[in-house]
Design a protein. Structure first.
Length: 683
């Protein structure tokens, strides 16, 4: 073979080798064009840039280049139908990093008839990872792709690190570390945790042999990080810390891969590191506001008597009686007739059938059964109380405000200020169904639940003397949850739950699932609280915060002529009805007052509350966890830095939701909903 023929064959073989990036490489010559060089063609809509050969389908392609040698950087341009785009201008932009002296033989190329463009990277004599960004200057909407070239001496190779991301965090800078093979991932994790500890005695003891950085793209594409120039026989365990795109001081994910093979025969080692999102620090206290809305009718009085709402008739009757307390005191005491009973009728239920009180009970029942006497008594009582109403009742009471309707509304729409406290951090666990890390808030071995909530203040809406044009805040009435009466000193509950990644469209971060749990609250006790802490003080003054005090206010009045108390009441009844009612009126008055602390509350408590624990149940709805909110900005040296923490449960514009079950009786459960949000107050 002649020297010229040998030279031609050698050149051809070198060109074939230089263009190769895999088995399916096409277009061996960058000059194989169907359009003249330098003439750009328009880029069809939907076109793509692609790697060829063994890098096909990847955004980042690794190329190893030894000192003073070159390697091809070949890409293909296709249109939306997968056909090659011929004559497209392709730009190559080089960043040499530590690989000083590395260069490209051209800054651009045009695609040939197969849609392939190619330049060569020429290695210098400095070890490093050079990056080449490839893009289409004629269409910036086409996503660029990248080559990472490991420039290194002969008989060495690279550790090539790529990533998988098991989570939803928005990542940017990724710090990658090569540790000695004897440093296991468990030891590396413990070492990094020690680095975050303020105790100087627990400083890190492990040191990475090499470090490098990568940057994830805005669309979430993770980088390729290359460690060039590693000697044969070397092996490493690889760890990576991924930082937040929004704040480079916050570490959102971590990964580690150990038991990696060594460099052999100058061949590079590819390592995949799985990045798992950190569970944010959740332990601590949050001030929380809950809002509850019961859309069903509470009582719904019927025209012919009775009630059609969700509350039992006895409960509705008690509410109606309270509603008539100031506007129609006689019907509060005696009832309205036609089967309606007043507070006297309720008290009778607690009187024995024999003895002196049995005689009184019979007399009262006889009295109540006589409609003529009852009507006369009601008229007399209203006259008896007229002076009090005129001189003492607020103007809005005299103005005919429907107190009962206001009580209904207060029971349907109310807010609660309270505390939610998470007493330990969630336990990270791999969810095998979603292949993501979740945080478990399970009960401990003694059954103690890690989540606690306490109600502090209850805010209800009460019209009272608020004008129709008054701001909404005028209608708000606040009372302490600890004032709900003797049946409940504290409204509290404990819960379990799970911290989960949010997977909805456009969602990032984590949410909190709160499992169904019970609060130490009877809805009936809440009704009593509203009556005694809101309604009665509004009518009788701030010192009247019980039914007993309200009865005293009504019955122990200074009567005309100076007679006071129950005898005065009896005298008044004699004057208006006749002497036959003197004894029963006096005894009835005294009985009411004597029974006030026991009988009235006993009746109301029995009718407004039920036994058992599962009477007020809360849970976040299935599939709708509460959004865990990180700080708007991380500042200073926060606890656990650089790991993230939760600053809020939902926001004012993105409230968390409750599923609510309120047990009214053994057979009646109201299923409704509510919302809540809260801000951290302590760690």
């Amino acid at each position: 073979m002649s020297i010229s023929r040998l030279s031609s064959a050698l050149v051809a073989s070198l060109l074939l080798f230089g263009a190769a990036c895999g088995d399916d490489t096409v277009g061996t010559s960058p000059n194989n064009m169907t359009t003249p060089p330098g003439v750009d063609v328009p880029i069809p809509m939907g076109s793509k840039l692609q790697h060829t050969g063994q890098c096909a389908g990847q955004v980042n392609c690794q190329v190893d280049v030894t000192f003073n040698s070159s390697a091809p950087l070949q890409v293909r341009v296709i249109d939306g139908n997968g056909a090659p785009v011929v004559g497209a201008a392709v730009r190559y932009e080089l960043s040499v990093g530590l690989a000083v002296g590395t260069s490209l033989n051209a800054a651009s190329a045009q695609t040939n008839s197969d849609g392939v463009a190619q330049v060569e990277i020429r290695a210098g004599q400095a070890t490093g990872a050079a990056e080449v960004i490839v893009s289409l200057p004629g269409d910036t909407s086409v996503a660029p792709i990248k080559f990472v070239a490991g420039v290194q001496p002969k008989d060495s190779a690279s550790y090539s690190v790529t990533f998988e991301h098991a989570g939803t965090a928005s990542l940017r800078d990724i710090k990658v570390f090569l540790y000695k093979a004897e440093d296991s991932c468990d030891a590396i994790r413990e070492d990094i945790a020690r680095e975050r500890d303020d105790d100087a005695s627990t400083n890190p003891v492990l040191t990475a042999e090499y470090t490098a950085n990568g940057v994830a793209s805005v669309d979430g594409t993770l980088p390729l990080v290359v460690f060039p120039g590693l000697s044969n026989g070397q092996s490493f365990n690889v760890a990576a810390q991924a930082m937040s795109r929004d704040d480079g001081e916050v570490e959102l994910a971590f990964g580690c891969t150990d038991s990696n093979p060594p460099i052999e025969n100058g061949n590079s080692v590819n390592v995949i590191v799985r990045l798992e999102d950190h569970l944010p620090r959740l332990k601590g206290s949050f001030d929380v506001t809950h809002t509850f809305s019961i859309t069903d009718a509470i009582c719904d009085p019927q025209p012919n008597g009775g009630y059609a709402g969700v509350l039992p008739s006895g409960v509705c009757l008690a509410i109606d009686l309270i509603g008539r307390l100031a506007t129609d005191p006689a019907s509060f005491i005696l009832g309205e007739g036609s089967g309606d009973t007043g507070i006297i009728g309720l008290i009778v239920d607690f009187l024995p059938d024999d003895g002196i009180l049995g005689t009184l009970k019979g007399a009262i029942e006889s009295f109540l059964g006589n409609s003529l006497i009852q009507n006369l008594g009601r008229d007399a009582l209203n006259e008896f109380f007229a002076t009090w109403i005129e001189n003492n009742a607020p103007d809005w009471v005299k103005g005919g405000i429907d107190i009962t309707a206001d009580i209904y509304e207060s029971l349907q729409e109310f807010r609660v200020n309270g505390i939610i406290r998470i007493e330990r951090e969630p336990d990270p666990t791999l969810d095998t169904e979603t292949n993501t890390v979740v945080g478990l808030l399970n009960a401990d071995q003694d059954g103690n639940r890690p989540g606690k909530q306490v109600w502090e203040d209850i805010i209800v809406y009460w019209t009272g003397d608020c004008a129709s044009s008054a701001p909404a805040a005028c209608r708000e009435r606040t009372f302490s949850a600890t004032d709900l009466g003797a049946t409940s000193s504290v409204v509290e509950g404990s819960f379990t739950g799970t911290v989960v990644p949010l997977t909805g469209e456009g969602e990032t971060g984590f949410g909190l699932i709160i499992n169904e749990h019970t609060l130490a609250l009877n809805y009936g006790v809440l009704i009593l609280g509203i009556i005694e802490q809101v309604v009665l003080p509004s009518i009788f003054g701030p010192t009247v915060t019980s039914l007993e005090a309200a009865l005293n206010e009504l019955l122990l009045l200074v009567l005309p002529g100076g007679t006071t108390g129950c005898q005065g009441f009896a005298d008044f009844m004699v004057d208006n009805i006749g002497s036959s009612v003197e004894t029963i009126a006096r005894n009835l008055c005294e009985s009411l007052l004597e029974s006030a602390s026991d009988g009235i509350r006993e009746f109301l408590t029995e009718n407004l509350t039920i036994s058992g624990e599962d009477n007020f149940l809360l849970a976040t709805p299935t599939g709708t966890p509460c959004k865990l909110v990180e700080p708007e900005a991380y500042t200073g040296a926060w606890i656990g830095k650089p790991l993230p923490y939760i600053d809020g449960l939902g926001t004012d514009s993105m409230l968390c939701e409750w599923d609510v079950k309120i047990r009214i009786s053994q057979d009646t459960i109201i299923e409704t909903d509510g919302t809540f949000s809260g801000n951290r107050t302590g760690f």
